[in-house]
Design a protein around this ligand. Structure first.
Ligand code: COA
Length: 257
C-alpha cells in the first residue's frame, strides 16, 4: 500500500483543496512538497474548471515552516527553485485563494497567508515569523506586506522579536478574517470557497487583479531581493548556529557574533 502523500489534492465543485499532510514532521515543507504545491497552483490557474483554491493543514498544526533538514541539504538555489515557484505562484494566482489555519503556523506557514484572499483561523492558531531567531531575514515579500498590513511597530514586533502571536491578534491586524473553533476552520474555509465558486469567475479575477495590480511588481521585486539575502545568510555564522542548535535541541548562542 502507498503511504499517504505529504500533500493531498482534492477537486470538487470547482474547488481545489490542498492539504498539508505530514503530521509526523509538523507539516514542515520539503523541496519536493513545494514542487507539488507549485505544480498544483499552476494547474489550478490554467484549468477553467478550477475556480478557487483552498490551502489547509490539520486542526492541530498548519505548518512548521521549511523542513529544516531538507532545507539545509538542498538550500533553495535561485528563483526557479520549488519554494520560489510556489511563492510566485501564490503571489500571482489570478483566482481566489482561501486558507484555513489551526495550531502553529511558522515562517512560510504565516507568510504564505499574506498572499491568500480569505483566511480562517482556529482559535488555537499561533503565527510566527522567527527569521531573525534563525539568523535569516524575511521571505515571501513579508518585509513589505507585514508592515503594510500590521503597521510598522507591530510588524517590528513580529519580524524583529520573532515572537508568536495568537489568532485574536492576527484578527486585529487583519491577517485573518475570522476566528473559529479549530474543528470548524476547514469547513468554514470550504463554505467560503463554495460561495466564491458560484460567482462569475471573470468578475472575481478582474476584481482581484484590480485590488492587487498596483502592488504586484513591487511584491515580486521584494521577494527576489529577500530571496537573494536569505540565500546568502543561510551560509553565514548566525544561521549555522541557529540551525545547529535546532538539530541538537539546544538554545542558540549568538553572543559571539
Ligand atoms: N523541520 C524539520 N523537522 C521539524 C520541523 C521543521 N521545521 N518542525 C518540527 N519538526 C520535527 C521535530 O524535530 C520533531 O521531530 P522528532 O520527533 O524527531 O524530535 C517533530 O517534528 C515534532 O516536533 P515537536 O517540536 O516535538 O512538536 P511540538 O508540537 O512540540 O512543536 C512546533 C511544534 C511547530 C512549534 C515546533 O516543532 C517548531 O518550532 N518547529 C520549528 C519551526 C521552525 O523553526 N521553522 C522554521 C523553518 S525555516
Amino acid at each position: 500500500m502507498n503511504p499517504q502523500p505529504d500533500i493531498l489534492t482534492h477537486v470538487e465543485s470547482g474547488v481545489m483543496t490542498l492539504t498539508l499532510n505530514r503530521l509526523e514532521r509538523k507539516n514542515s515543507i520539503t523541496a519536493a512538497m513545494y514542487a507539488l504545491l507549485a505544480d498544483a497552483i499552476e494547474q489550478a490557474a490554467a484549468d477553467p474548471a478550477i475556480r478557487v483554491v483552498v490551502l489547509q493543514g490539520h486542526e492541530t498544526i498548519f505548518c512548521a515552516g521549511n523542513d529544516i533538514g531538507d532545507f539545509l541539504n538542498q538550500p533553495p538555489a535561485g528563483t526557479d527553485s520549488p519554494v520560489f515557484r510556489f511563492l510566485r505562484g501564490i503571489a500571482s494566482f489570478p483566482k481566489p485563494l482561501v486558507a484555513a489555519v489551526c495550531g502553529p503556523a511558522v515562517g512560510i506557514g504565516t507568510t504564505l497567508l499574506l498572499h491568500c484572499d480569505l483566511v480562517y483561523a482556529g482559535d488555537n492558531a499561533a503565527f510566527s515569523m522567527p527569521f531573525v531567531n534563525l539568523g535569516l531575514c524575511p521571505e515571501a515579500a513579508s518585509s513589505l506586506l507585514v508592515p503594510q498590513m500590521f503597521g510598522y511597530h507591530r510588524a517590528a514586533e513580529a519580524l524583529l522579536l520573532g515572537e508568536p502571536f495568537m489568532a485574536e491578534a492576527a484578527l486585529e491586524v487583519g491577517l485573518v478574517n475570522r476566528v473559529v473553533p479549530p474543528l470548524e476552520a476547514n469547513g468554514v474555509a470550504q463554505a467560503a470557497a463554495r460561495k466564491l465558486a458560484a460567482k462569475p469567475p471573470s468578475s472575481l479575477a478582474e476584481t482581484k487583479r484590480l485590488m492587487k495590480h498596483g502592488m504586484q511588481a513591487q511584491v515580486l521585486r521584494q521577494m527576489a531581493e529577500e530571496g537573494a539575502s536569505f540565500g546568502r545568510m543561510l551560509g553565514e555564522p548566525a544561521a549555522k548556529e541557529a540551525f545547529g542548535a535546532f538539530m541538537d535541541k539546544r538554545k542558540p548562542d549568538f553572543s559571539r557574533l
